[in-house]
Write a protein that binds this ligand. Structure first.
Ligand SMILES: C[S@@+](CC[C@H](N)C(=O)[O-])C[C@H]1O[C@@H](n2cnc3c(N)ncnc32)[C@H](O)[C@@H]1O
Length: 371
């Protein structure tokens, strides 16, 4: 028997619960599923509870991970184990997991990203190995089987845990959706991690292989002090770093970066086409959306990663407006595009997006044969 879903467990940056709930609500409505979001201010998580139980695989399709922006990780909520006794928490949890009748390829242990939840770290470090041992011994946890679902254990505290399911290809690859990246030596700013995370979170392996290689050209609008330009320069790529502010000496010393002191809204590259445009200017989001879609739709750059700094009280509405701006620009010439947006772990009051034009192969019209 396949487990039934009570709803969705959604993790987000504390303070973004309303946006996370709003996107779940919208997707559920599109899928014809009714329910309601349960959360609290700064909880760092949202439970979207369905009005009726549905099959867990169907529930996954209600809110595909790629369609979510403010949600760092989501799983389908199948069960809750509450009031686990202090002297034996292992037995009730293991019994409930085995009772689902599902085999897992991976176990993800989760909490909200809050200070309260962080205090659970010591307890989880001691407790989880017991659970893992039981699941492996009974054959329920079978690592190296990527086709099997992932089991998420979302701990509210040491006595309550929610069981969730996801598929590895439809979830964040990072536990709790948190990309823990190492700060590269010599990087001019921490902002470099944002672009590094964006490459991983927003692009396919094939896209990365095609576009992040020595010799290609990138334009970085709002580049100073140079954390984003650094990501290209260290891959042997040439960068036009556009900003009136100063760039880090170490970046200029690489010889890969040309500092252009100009306005990022009016400057254009001295090349017909560059591989990359990136934009981290702190500006009105709709203005940035218009600028980057002009570059991509007109073919001046093949692909783009950009930040949209969202106003705190209208993040969801503003993002919708930016999508409309981009859509309108591409529709002008009937072009198709790919747009992926995510509130990255390294983002604060902004979201990061990837935009590229989709090239539809030209199909030659067959000439009628002459007889
Ligand atoms: C958040 S910082 C960029 C940080 C950079 N991505 C990094 O990794 O180091 C924003 C930058 O945008 C620049 N900026 C803002 N408006 C601009 C404009 N119209 N043209 C060029 N640069 C602009 C600012 O001078 C500032 O250096």
């Amino acid at each position: 028997m396949s487990p039934t879903a009570k709803g969705l467990i959604l993790l987000c940056r504390p303070g973004f619960e309303n946006e996370c709930a709003a996107e779940a609500e919208l997707l559920a409505k599109h899928a014809g599923i009714s329910g309601r979001a349960r959360t609290a201010q700064n909880a760092g998580s949202v439970h979207y509870v369905f009005d009726e139980l549905i099959d867990w695989k169907e529930a996954l399709e209600v809110a595909p991970f790629h369609a979510l922006v403010f949600t760092r990780q989501r799983s389908v909520w199948i069960e809750r184990v509450a009031e686990m006794p202090e002297d034996d928490r292992v037995t009730p949890l293991v019994q409930t997991i085995l009772g689902q009748g599902v085999r897992f390829g991976r176990l993800e242990v989760e909490t909200a990203d809050t200070n309260d939840a962080k205090s659970l770290a010591g307890f989880l470090k001691r407790f989880i190995p017991h659970i893992e041992r039981h699941l492996k011994a009974t054959g329920f946890l079978r690592e190296n089987k990527p086709e099997l679902p992932t089991l998420h254990l979302f701990f509210k505290d040491s006595s309550q845990v929610d069981l969730g399911l996801s598929r590895p290809d439809d979830a964040s690859p990072w536990p709790m959706g948190i990309a823990r990246l190492r700060m590269p030596r010599n990087a001019p700013s921490r902002s470099t991690l944002k672009l590094a995370e964006a490459f991983d979170a927003l692009m396919t392996e094939e896209e990365r292989a095609q576009s992040l290689k020595a010799g290609l050209y990138a334009v970085d609008l709002g580049a100073a002090p140079g954390g984003w330009s650094f990501q290209f320069a260290e891959r042997g790529m040439h960068v036009f770093a556009v900003d009136n502010g100063p760039l880090a000496d170490s970046l200029v010393a690489t010889g890969m970066v040309e500092h252009v002191k100009a306005d990022g809204f009016s400057w254009r590259a001295p090349r017909k086409q560059v591989e990359w445009l990136v934009c981290d200017m702190v500006e009105q989001p709709a203005r940035v959306a218009q600028l980057v879609s002009d570059w991509i739709a007109s073919g001046k750059a093949k692909r783009c990663i950009f930040n949209l700094k969202l106003p705190m009280k209208k993040r969801f509405e503003e993002l919708k407006k930016c999508r409309q701006v981009i859509d309108a620009r591409f529709k002008l010439h009937g072009d198709s595009y790919v747009l992926r947006i995510r509130h990255l772990y390294h983002d604060r009051e902004e979201v990061t997006a990837y935009l590229a034009k989709i090239h539809v192969p030209v199909v030659e019209t067959p000439k009628p044969s002459r007889r």
